[in-house]
Design a protein around this ligand. Structure first.
Ligand code: ADP
Ligand code: ZN
Ligand code: ZN
Length: 760
């Protein structure tokens, strides 16, 4: 990367007389801008002490004052003196970022096609990206003026205000505004309007503490490890002591005691005076999980997306001072400034949520492996169903594979039954969601006084509003996505952009009034279940019912105390739950994700089935899984029935190899978006042609450009193309080529997604 001047003028404009290079002290500063270079500033003598690599500085960039990070120092500078400006201020007393984090972000920039400054922006907590950090947050609540009549009035034309106010009335009390707006996919405008009308109250308050801060766990330290756990630790612990970067792929069936292996590895690090980071998917970051680590290590810092800026900043500073050694968190916790990092754990390493969707589009699992290498730390990737990518790297000897093939305490894996839904008699009113076999098993389970989990990966009441006369489904006006009817709120909702509207009484395109309501979501499954089993105590958990963190806690605690018989839910209940009295898991449909136009559809389905199945039979009561499907012969279903991860992987690898999909080579996806279809088409075509030309000699294949599976999202037309790269060299060439091409495009949004996990 080359160093440029801090001014906006191109450097080769009006070249000065040849002259000796400037001497003195100069800092290379990375700014959070999509520019492929760092900027050089002079270090004035009074700032010299604090101006070290890793420190944040304020600089003048063009006419603006910006915050950047010093990534390097120099004693000379060959830019024209008039163009080198001084640093305006050094913002930190000591370097905030270690040399390892600087190297890691540099690696990210290269790997994920972004600038160093953009990569650094993912690492710094929001509070540190500005010169002064915010200490107050905004809370919003509904006022007494928000009555039924008002709601009716709003429903007539102010959909966004209606949606916001309805949610506020539901949560009863005040919620953090920024978080709520993010979840509802709204700007601040509707909130401001409601506040002006006196219907909502926005208050600025000092930050209260994080709910996860207080959680304490109950996981006692087992006296004895199982033989398999001991064997794993016999490889891991010496690696922690050796201080050599090393990655382990820990494949352990659900309930095999992976967590205990993580905990012991961290103990080894802490004993040696080193620190640790544990990454879990956001959805699994519950007080229960945090508690396990806190009960073992005392003061544990938690980092997750729902924290406010200042909570995050607090945690960050406590970690960087060395006061706290163990960090648990979601994706971005990978960048916690742990002093002398010894262990990084990535639990559920196969989870797509470890990939960030916005710039920098990094994969936290792969970045964790790189960080461990840089820090001389051990990285443990754990999963019951590791990604095929990690499995392949282990097979190639880059990772050490470790296995926990059995559940702790000789507990057998639950028996899995498959019900072919094509053989079931037709039902009506949604009762067809439950096969005879699943109903029978649910009744038997409740008679024994045990508990059941009913899983369906689809929200709402009815997912398909179908018009028989035009043979089309009713779609969102902004997105190429069918609307789902949510009955309790009686709205048709787009699950992509969150827009809601009145339930259409007739087909919007042909005005035929005979709309048909097809299929079922979790809301309907819950209702049908209540009809089928009137005495059962049932609760539903999905993002419609779980508006607040407390709701989640309350429901799970009630379930844990045996006050509920059946928990119905979406993927929110697929992970981590550990309830000994759950002896039955019913999967209402294994098919929801099976036919998506994504080469990982089978892998994802297999992983999800294994995950959900893992919720049953976690005690001596035993367990049983009933999987309902219309594709009983699909390998994802067949191998899940057999609990055969490697069997599934081997057959899936054959398909990937034939088609040169990962893990046989790397994959980059490029997405083009714009309001005007012609602009998208011509940009995609031009960029496709440039890539074909630029990659002529590389081991690369280019698919597309073509219309993306979601042809339209939020009012923007979408095209995409895919690059299959046979080797690392081709991947590097393609990444740097794409970076230039994408940066040069001014009209259409061009997203370069290296190692993409979604093909939609
Ligand atoms: P996984 O993360 O692999 O799904 P867990 O870590 O949840 O498995 O372990 C399953 C259960 O086994 C937990 O209740 C845990 O407390 C218990 N357990 C783990 N290791 C041991 C051990 N060595 N001895 C006794 N119980 C253990
Ligand atoms: Zn939409
Ligand atoms: Zn129609």
């Amino acid at each position: 990367m080359s160093a440029h001047t801090g001014s906006l003028f191109p450097i080769d404009e009006e070249l000065p007389e040849p002259r000796a290079p400037l001497s003195g002290e100069f800092a290379h500063v990375a700014l959070n801008r999509p520019l492929d270079c760092e900027f050089t500033y002079e270090v004035p003598p009074e700032l010299s002490e604090g101006a070290v690599p890793g420190a944040r500085v304020a600089v003048q960039f063009g006419r603006k004052r910006e915050v950047g990070v010093i990534v390097g120092l120099d004693t000379s500078c060959d830019l024209p003196p008039a163009k080198v400006r001084p640093l305006s201020a050094v913002l930190d007393e000591r370097a905030l970022l270690s040399p390892e984090l600087l190297s890691l972000t540099k690696w990210m920039a290269k790997r994920y096609a972004c600038s160093w400054g953009e990569a650094l922006s993912a690492v710094l907590p929001a509070g540190l990206k500005r010169e002064r950090s915010r200490k107050v947050i905004r809370m919003i609540s509904a006022t007494a003026m928000a009555t039924e009549e008002v709601m009716k009035e709003l429903a007539k034309g102010s959909e966004k205000q209606h949606r916001l106010l309805r949610t506020l009335l539901e949560v009863e009390g005040s919620v953090e505004m920024r978080d709520l707006m993010r979840r509802l996919n709204l700007s601040d405008a509707p909130a401001q309007t409601l506040a002006r009308k006196g219907l909502a109250l926005i208050e600025r308050v000092e930050v209260s503490s994080d709910p996860l801060e207080g959680s304490i766990g109950d996981r006692t330290r087992p006296e004895r490890l199982t033989d398999e756990q001991s064997a794993c630790l016999a490889s891991i612990v010496p690696a922690v002591q050796e201080r050599k970067g090393k990655t382990f792929l820990l494949r352990g069936v659900t309930g095999s005691g992976k967590t205990e292996v993580y905990l012991r590895a961290i103990e080894a690090a802490v004993e040696a005076g080193r620190g640790a980071i544990v990454l879990v998917p956001e959805i699994a970051l519950t007080p229960q999980t945090v508690g396990w680590f806190r009960s073992r290590f005392g003061d544990v810092a938690v980092l997750h997306s729902k924290m406010t800026d200042s909570q995050r900043l607090d945690a960050w500073l406590r970690v960087s001072s060395g006061e706290v050694k163990v960090v648990v968190g979601a994706r971005s916790a990978l960048f916690a400034p742990v002093v002398d990092l010894g262990v990084i754990v990535v639990d559920e390493e196969h989870e797509p949520s470890f990939k960030q969707g916005s710039i920098p589009r990094y994969h936290a699992r792969d970045a964790a492996v790189e960080r461990a290498r840089l820090e001389g730390a051990v990285c443990i990737l754990g999963s019951a169903t590791p990604s095929l990518e990690s499995r392949a790297l282990a097979a190639r000897g880059e990772y050490v594979r470790l296995d926990l093939p059995k559940r702790v305490g000789e507990m057998p894996l639950p028996a899995v039954e498959v019900v072919d839904m094509r053989q079931e008699p037709p039902g009506k009113g949604g009762s067809e969601a439950f096969s005879r076999r699943l109903r029978q098993q649910l009744e038997a389970c409740l008679e024994r006084g045990e508990q059941a989990i009913v899983f369906l990966n689809r929200r709402g009441f009815v997912p398909v509003l179908y018009c028989p006369s035009c043979r089309e489904v009713v779609r969102c006006e902004q997105c190429d996505v069918g609307l789902t009817w949510h009955r309790r709120i009686d709205r048709a909702v787009c699950h992509s952009c969150c827009e809601e509207r009145h339930r259409p009484r007739a087909c919007p395109s042909c005005t035929s009034p005979a709309l048909r309501y097809l299929g079922y979501g979790s809301e309907r499954v819950e209702e049908v279940l209540r009809e089928l089993m009137p005495t059962a105590r049932i609760a539903r958990m999905d993002s419609d019912t779980m508006r607040r963190n407390e709701d989640y806690e309350v429901t799970l605690e009630a379930f844990g105390r045996g006050e509920l018989d059946i928990l119905v839910g979406t993927q929110m209940i697929a992970k981590g739950l550990d309830f000994p009295r759950v002896t039955l898991v019913g999967i209402v449909s294994a098919d929801t994700g099976l036919h998506l136009p994504d080469f990982r559809a089978a892998e994802r389905t297999f992983q999800l089935l294994a995950q959900v199945a893992g919720r049953a039979g976690r005690s001596s009561l035993g367990g049983r899984i009933v999987i309902q499907t219309e594709a009983p012969d699909h390998p994802a279903v067949v191998y899940a029935t057999l609990h055969d991860y490697d069997g599934f992987a081997v057959q899936e690898e054959k398909i990937r190899q034939q088609l040169s999909y990962p893990p046989y080579g790397r994959l980059i996806r490029v997405i083009f978006e714009h309001e005007r279809l012609e602009a998208v088409e011509s940009c995609a075509a031009a960029l496709g042609a440039a890539l074909r030309e630029g990659l002529k000699t590389a081991k690369a294949a280019i698919l597309g450009p073509a219309i993306a599976p979601f042809a339209q999202l939020r009012g923007k037309h979408r095209y995409h193309l895919m690059l299959k790269l046979r080797d690392e060299e081709a991947a590097e060439t393609a990444t740097s080529l794409l970076r230039g091409l994408a940066a040069a495009e001014k009209t259409v949004s061009v997203k370069v997604d290296v190692d993409a996990v979604s093909m939609l």
